[in-house]
Ligand binder design. Structure first.
Ligand code: C5P
Length: 205
């Protein structure tokens, strides 16, 4: 079984994808980490995020550990959001994701274009969303829990800017696949969202 989970930042898609992978015993790929790894590489060698050519040179990401805390930093998040709009960067990361989705034991992948581009034939597609205000409040709590300074209006503006970049880019924009099930987590706890996702997968598989 292949499960595609797409949605905007802080919608809950990562939590849901991890929980589905555990519940159904499937390998999981957080594809945002691929774009974040390219961003971290680019930042480390002092490359210009405004240059598609330099971003492509940063696509050799095998040396980066998935647990590198820098992958989640605000600087890397912001560079990742910019370089993920480049068609050549998306192309460089495409094969690895398709191979993961085609693995022998099935897979759960989460990102922005899994149901539309990476695994258009996935058995189950979920499009996870929540209002920008709720997503900003979640991000605020996360940052506060990590003892980091955070300001709700700034976070909200950042989330809206990222949504716009994800949705407006010409190459693999964020959009709900026609055959995806919409899961709005605005009024759900993480546990409720996971339970709802499991029910959807059980029904659709
Ligand atoms: O999901 P996450 O926030 O970790 O993703 C980091 C960045 O990578 C996002 O800003 C998004 O623009 C980009 N991304 C993408 N396509 C994916 C996954 C992530 O463009 N499949």
């Amino acid at each position: 079984m292949v499960i595609a989970v797409d949605g905007p930042a802080a919608s809950g898609k990562g939590t849901i994808a991890r929980a589905l992978a555990r519940h159904f015993g499937l390998p999981h790929l957080d594809t945002g980490l691929l774009y974040r790894s390219v961003a971290l590489n680019l930042w480390r060698f002092g490359g210009d995020p405004g240059s598609e050519f330099e971003a492509v040179r940063a696509c050799h990401i095998d040396g980066i550990g998935w647990d590198d805390p820098e992958l989640r930093s605000e600087t890397v998040s912001s560079i990742a959001s910019r370089i993920s709009a480049y068609p050549m960067v998306r192309e460089a990361l495409l094969e690895r994701q398709k191979r993961f989705a085609a693995g022998p034991s099935g897979a759960v992948l989460d990102g922005r274009d899994i149901g539309t581009v990476i695994a258009p034939d996935a058995d189950v597609k979920l499009f996870v969303t929540a209002s920008p205000q709720i997503r900003a409040e979640r991000r605020l709590k996360e940052l506060q829990a990590r003892g980091m300074p955070a300001h709700l209006p700034d976070i909200l503006a950042d989330i809206e800017a990222r949504d716009a970049r994800d949705s407006d880019r010409s190459s693999a924009p964020l959009r709900q696949a026609e055959d995806a099930v919409l899961l709005d987590t605005s009024r759900m706890s993480a546990e409720e969202a996971v339970a709802a996702a499991i029910v959807i997968v059980e029904k659709q598989r």
